[in-house]
Design a protein around this ligand. Structure first.
Ligand SMILES: [Zn+2]
Length: 216
């Protein structure tokens, strides 16, 4: 069984959901950069505050700050016992940094899984997201539709499309993603640890495909 796992895949590919499932099934921690960042900001830690300032100013987070953050997070885990990484690394520089960091603690990534979902499918998944402004329920016109078009099942309020999910924004996000991730995929391919999994289908089928790769 491979236990030093990195999940790669576009936004909307189901990485967050699959990461949580794998972590439970394999009994290894899920280290999610997004979640870790939210926790740091909530706790008002030094690195969290620095991030918050950068995000608010719209500036790109410099590599050094990113690396310091990852070091802070990673140092909390006994990495040799395994992990599922989600949301990191996102760029080639980050992958190289991670590789160096892991070498120091005497382990390495042995399974980088690329959850492949075509852009057209991603757009369908993300853009068809409907949000209830009253109770916060989230629907998806394609995957999880409300019983009545544009009415919340739970509270009966009218549903709205999520504003940041408009198609142009998603297309831009996907473009950035592909530009950043292509070299990352190549990096892990060259290291001989890249596995590609078809991310189209229901949650259970995708989990099954992931487990086949991990247990192989
Ligand atoms: Zn509602």
């Amino acid at each position: 069984m491979k236990t030093h796992i990195v999940l790669l895949g576009p936004p909307g590919s189901g990485k967050d959901t699959q990461g949580k499932i794998l972590s439970c099934k394999l009994g290894i921690p899920l280290i999610s950069s997004g979640e870790a960042l939210r926790t740091e900001i909530e706790n008002g830690s030094e690195i969290g505050l620095e991030f918050e300032k950068l995000i608010a100013s719209g500036a790109l987070v410099p590599d050094e700050v990113m690396f310091e953050f990852f070091t802070t997070i990673l140092s909390r885990y006994n990495l040799s016992e395994g992990f599922v990484l989600n949301g990191f690394p996102r760029t080639l520089k980050q992958a190289e940094f991670l590789s160096g960091y892991l070498k120091e603690v005497d382990c390495d990534i042995n399974c980088a899984i690329y959850i492949n979902v075509p852009d057209t499918e991603i757009i369908k998944r993300i853009c068809d997201r409907l949000l209830c402004g009253n109770c916060g329920a989230v629907y998806n016109a394609y995957l999880n539709p409300p019983k009545n078009v544009s009415i919340c099942d739970r509270c009966g309020a009218p549903l709205q499309r999520r504003e940041d999910d408009e198609e142009q924004v998603v297309l831009k996000r996907l473009e950035v993603y592909h530009n950043e991730t292509a070299p990352l995929i190549e990096f892990y391919r060259l290291a001989g640890v890249l596995f590609e999994v078809d991310g189209v289908g229901d949650i259970g089928s995708v989990t099954q495909r992931l487990l086949e790769v991990i247990n192989d």
